[in-house]
Structure formats: structure tokens, C-alpha cells
Design a protein around this ligand. Structure first.
Ligand code: 13P
Ligand code: SF4
Length: 357
């Protein structure tokens, strides 16, 4: 099976990574009062929180306390279609809010901060991507969830990390050649696992790209009993050392399912909130990044996910600002690629939810 060259001729935009926001610290009483005010607003507006594991632990706790959802991007997308809430408040990044709106056009979808984007989304502009697809008309276009609505509208399939492998395997078995965008590390991993003929877009996640294989080797020597859990947006030399490669939900499942007492985790450290909750006695160690002296990108915490807080969540519920809108023509096309994934998940019993959630 030929592996297609990674590089292509397009000039991609430089990603501007924002500094992490500094939210005012809250005392216990202040935090409890703020959470209570948000709960009242959610009730009054028949609104529900749909949160990703990478956002602040206080938001994850609140989503849980109010009967909302904390999940990976696959389950976040599915969950929105099952709730009878009138408003989905998506605590995560922009593509998650857009996916919710595309699937639920009749619902109001709010986000605490509309500038919470993603380096993968930013690195795959719809016009350049469309030209790239036009140059390879014989290929099925598979895009990662971490893309704009317009890129999804150009795709045949949207996938998340929790379902990419079985979908690409299915397409490969049907004899289809694939364009994969935007994450080159996840795309290469999928290509290697399935043997499919995959042409890769040159995108990456600024957070996962910082995990370092050489430093992980050293850390493993210090913790020989630890299982290594890796999100597939990480570089190849990190993936090669993994005991488990998977979506955020798959990595959390591994912490509860494996007998190990120690885990080295190569993904955004927001995930530790749920891991600690489900396995309080296990030791979780963040996989090494470029470390001291490196930039804010090296802190294993997504600067865009960090834009979500209790503070701006309350504000958005008061003001009703930050409603997600999607152009109707784009929505009509994008919904096909997303719904294909949800139908495939239902047919093959693939879920991004944790047991009991
Ligand atoms: P999951 O779909 O695994 O939750 O990942 C989303 C993401 O943005 C990872 O960086
Ligand atoms: Fe995007 Fe990476 Fe942030 Fe996930 S962690 S939202 S892929 S920038």
C-alpha cells in the first residue's frame, strides 16, 4: 500500500496562540454563590451544559451537578441531539459549538467565548482545503471534528478521534482512497493502523505537538510500572511508546479498567479532573513537554479551552450573547458529513460516553 507524501504545496496560515487567560480567583463561598446563580439561570432558560474534559474542573463539576454532559467530542455531538433542552451551552471550543448548532438548528447554542478556537481548525482554511480536494477528486474526503463548518461542508465524512479508525477501515475495505484533514499525526496513525491510502493535510494541535518522545522515554524508566496513555494528536515517537492510544473518553476508560496504579498521560491536563474523580487512588503523571523555558504552548493545557470559566458562563447566560450561527447553505451540506458519523456510531455501537454517564 502506498503512503502518500505528507507535504503539499499550499501556504498555510501561521497559528496565533493566545496567552492563557487569568480568571479572578474565587473563595469557596463566592464560588458556591456563583454556581448557584448559574444553576438558576440554566433552569429558567431550560438550558443544559455540554462540556469537554479539557475545560476547567469547576465547569465539569457544574455540568455534572446540573444533569448536563461532560464527554469527548463524539458524545458531545450525539448528546445535543438527545436532550429536550432549548439551549445548549457548549463549554469547549468553537468547532464543538458549531457541530451542536448544525445538528440542532432549532436550539439556541451559546458559548462562553466565541474566540475559543483550535489550532487544527485555524490551520485548515476552507478555501485552501476546497482547492486541495478539487485537486484530488478521486478521493473520499474525511475531516476531523476540529474544523470549521465550511470545511465539514466540503467533506464526505466527519470523524472524531473516538471513531476515526473504524470509519477509515470501513472506507478502505470498500476500496476508497482518502483525503484526511487536518491533523497529520492522527492521520498518519490511522493510515498505519488501517493500511488505507491516505493523503494528509499538514495540520497539528499546538498542545499535543509539544509532547516529547525522548523525554517520555526517560520518564518511563523512572516509572516502569506506569501505563502510558496517549491521545492520537501526539507526535509519532510519543504514540510509539503508548500502551493505549485513544480519544479522551478511551483514555479515561483505560485509567479505570487497567490494573496499573500509575499512568503517564499525554493529553491536555484538564482530563485529570475526571480521571481523579473515577480513580482517586491512582497516580496520574503528565507526559513531558518541552518543559522549563518553553512557551505557554508547552504547558499541556489548551489555551482555547482555558477561555471557558464560571465567570463568562454566567455572563453569557445573562446576556444571551455568543449565540452560534451557521450559514444555512453551509449547514445543509455540513450536516450530511456529521450525520454519517453519528449513523455509523449507532449502527456499530460505538460510544464516546463513559459507562453510567
Ligand atoms: P476528543 O474527541 O478525543 O475528546 O478530542 C478532542 C480534542 O480537541 C483533542 O485535542
Ligand atoms: Fe484544538 Fe489541540 Fe485545543 Fe484540542 S487541545 S481543541 S486539538 S488546540
Amino acid at each position: 500500500m502506498t503512503t502518500q507524501p505528507l507535504k503539499h504545496a499550499l501556504e498555510l496560515p501561521r497559528i496565533k496562540v493566545p496567552p492563557h487567560p487569568h480568571w479572578p480567583p474565587l473563595g469557596d463561598a463566592e464560588k458556591a454563590a456563583l454556581k448557584q446563580r448559574i444553576k438558576t439561570l440554566l433552569d429558567e432558560q431550560n438550558a443544559v451544559l455540554v462540556a469537554h474534559y479539557y475545560v476547567d474542573g469547576d465547569l465539569q463539576a457544574l455540568a455534572e451537578e446540573t444533569g448536563g454532559c461532560i464527554a469527548d467530542s463524539l458524545e458531545m455531538a450525539r448528546y445535543g441531539t438527545t436532550t429536550d433542552a432549548d439551549t445548549l451551552v457548549v463549554c469547549g471550543v468553537r468547532f464543538m459549538g458549531e457541530t451542536a448548532k448544525i445538528l440542532n438548528p432549532e436550539k439556541r447554542v451559546l458559548m462562553p467565548d466565541l474566540d475559543a478556537t483550535c489550532s487544527l481548525d485555524e490551520g485548515c482554511p476552507a478555501d485552501l482545503f476546497s482547492d486541495f480536494c478539487d485537486a484530488h477528486p478521486d478521493r473520499t474526503v474525511v475531516v476531523y471534528a476540529n474544523t470549521s463548518a465550511a470545511v465539514k461542508a466540503r467533506a464526505d465524512w466527519m470523524v472524531t478521534s473516538g471513531i476515526a479508525l473504524p470509519i477509515v477501515r470501513h472506507l478502505h475495505e470498500r476500496g476508497e482512497m482518502i483525503i484526511w484533514a487536518p491533523d497529520k499525526h492522527l492521520g498518519r496513525y490511522i493510515q498505519q493502523q488501517t493500511g488505507a491510502d491516505v493523503l494528509l493535510w499538514e495540520g497539528s494541535c499546538v498542545v499535543h505537538e509539544e509532547f516529547k518522545g525522548f523525554a517520555l522515554q526517560r520518564l518511563k524508566r523512572l516509572h516502569p510500572e506506569a501505563a502510558v496513555l496517549v491521545h492520537p494528536e501526539s507526535p509519532e515517537d510519543v504514540l510509539q511508546q503508548a500502551d493505549v492510544v485513544g480519544s479522551t473518553t478511551a483514555l479515561i476508560r483505560a485509567v479505570t479498567a487497567l490494573p496499573n496504579q500509575e499512568f503517564i498521560v499525554a493529553t491536555d491536563d484538564g482530563i485529570f479532573w475526571k480521571m481523579h474523580q473515577l480513580a482517586p487512588d491512582k497516580k496520574l503523571i503528565s507526559a513531558p513537554t518541552a518543559g522549563a523555558g518553553a512557551t505557554c504552548e508547552s504547558c499541556a493545557h489548551c489555551p482555547w479551552m482555558a477561555k471557558n470559566s464560571l465567570h463568562n458562563l454566567e455572563q453569557v447566560l445573562i446576556s444571551g450573547a455568543n449565540a452560534i450561527t451557521v450559514d444555512p447553505d453551509i449547514r445543509a451540506k455540513a450536516v450530511t458529513s456529521i450525520q454519517r458519523m453519528l449513523d455509523f456510531a449507532a449502527e456499530h455501537n460505538i460510544s464516546g460516553a463513559l459507562p453510567g454517564s
